[in-house]
Design a protein around this ligand. Structure first.
Ligand SMILES: N[C@@H](CCC(=O)N[C@@H](CS)C(=O)NCC(=O)O)C(=O)O
Length: 248
């Protein structure tokens, strides 16, 4: 059976895995789920309900980092993890910091602003799922907003802190990228992939499978942050572009 990736279109952790699969040239079947409605599907495989979840034959792997390690161990072409122990350690340290700090912060910051614009949020949340999910979300939006904020601890205070972490980590990445092409060593690794994929919602690449808000629907808080950080975001967008050719 084909490899299946259970995912949310909107999730940047899922984007990490989509890019890893595309970069490595591994064909797979995407299974897009509606956030909130995913629980019973994911519980068929694992107790924890977070996506991404990769199913390869009898193997079930949950979590973007675990999935990339599995893919590199199982499918050796286009490795994303360096073989040299010291570089491997540095790459995994970057990935862990980005996953645990920047990834969570970017999500909190973006949702805080996006959830204030239902017309922009609904198509993004329901992307790649049956059209009627938009109606369901529209009818239940105030409850969806409440649950998502509770679930991810999103409020004015956490969003302000998340904005700070998003900016500080971007500064840290830009400092390295202004001096060298890749975060570690002289090749593209999962550290660069993680940075580019997790920050992708901030520079909105066309390959990311959601309809990004346009014009007056773009939340102002995100727009002004982007304007202030455009040059640094461009460094990440350039790294993201190397994966673009790999994506069908
Ligand atoms: N560190 C994890 C984070 C995964 C994660 O937070 N997934 C969120 C979507 S962005 C999720 O599935 N939340 C719903 C749930 O936990 O049931 C990874 O890298 O995969």
């Amino acid at each position: 059976m084909a490899i299946q990736l259970y995912q949310f279109a909107v999730s940047h952790y899922c984007e990490k895995v989509r890019w890893a699969l595309d970069y490595k040239g591994i064909r797979y079947q995407p299974v897009y789920l509606l956030p909130g409605n995913h629980v019973s599907t994911i519980r068929r495989f694992t107790r924890k309900t977070a996506v991404p979840v990769l199913v390869d034959d009898q193997q079930v792997i949950q979590g973007s980092s675990e999935i990339i390690s599995y893919l590199d161990d199982t499918y050796e072409d286009q490795p994303l993890t360096p073989a040299a122990p010291d570089q491997r350690e540095q790459v995994l340290a970057w990935e862990q910091q980005l996953d645990n700090e920047a990834g969570v912060a970017i999500r909190c910051f973006c949702y805080h602003h996006l959830l204030q614009r239902p017309k922009a949020a609904i198509p993004v949340l329901a992307a790649q799922t049956p059209f009627y999910n938009r109606w369901i979300l529209a009818l239940t939006f105030s409850r969806v907003d409440e649950i998502m904020r509770e679930w991810m601890k999103i409020n004015e205070r956490t969003a302000a802190k998340a904005e700070q972490v998003t900016t500080q980590t971007l500064d840290q990445l830009a400092e390295v990228y202004q001096k060298q092409q890749w975060l570690v060593g002289d090749t593209f690794t999962r550290a660069d992939l993680t940075a580019a994929a997790l920050y992708a919602p901030m520079f909105e690449p066309a390959q990311y499978p959601v309809p990004w808000p346009k014009g007056r629907h773009v939340p102002k808080g995100l727009l002004s942050w982007r304007d202030q950080n455009q040059d640094k975001l461009e460094l990440l967008a350039q790294r993201y572009a190397i994966m673009r050719d790999a994506r069908p």
